[in-house]
Design a protein around this ligand. Structure first.
Ligand code: SF4
Ligand code: SF4
Length: 91
């Protein structure tokens, strides 16, 4: 009797953006702005969120490397960072 290999696990497709910002929780402290090594974040001074702060926004999505430094330093868990799996990364 032949042993068959397990079915390949299909991962859901990655979102087009590298991170999601729950801006309603942002307090505008700019810790993430200082932590981003790519200068990809800034406060959006044109908008005010429900807490009364200018929320952070991703100003350069192409520069973002999904390093997640922003998510690690944010005290309010504002970021969800997406990254490609090892198999999905360009070689
Ligand atoms: S994941 Fe890294 S590069 Fe992207 S915005 Fe956050 S700190 Fe910057
Ligand atoms: S560290 Fe968090 S709370 Fe502070 S500006 Fe960045 S996203 Fe907003």
């Amino acid at each position: 009797m032949a042993i068959s290999s397990p079915p390949a696990v299909r991962r859901p497709p990655l979102p087009a953006i590298p991170l999601v910002i729950a801006e309603e929780r942002c307090k505008g402290c700019e810790i993430c702005v200082a932590a981003c090594p790519k200068d990809a974040l800034a406060l959006d001074l044109r908008r005010v969120n429900v807490l009364g702060y200018h929320p952070v926004t991703l100003v350069d999505a192409a520069a973002c490397t999904s390093c997640a430094f922003c998510a690690r330093v944010c005290p309010d868990a504002v970021f969800t960072v997406w990254t490609a799996s090892h198999e999905e990364r360009p070689r």
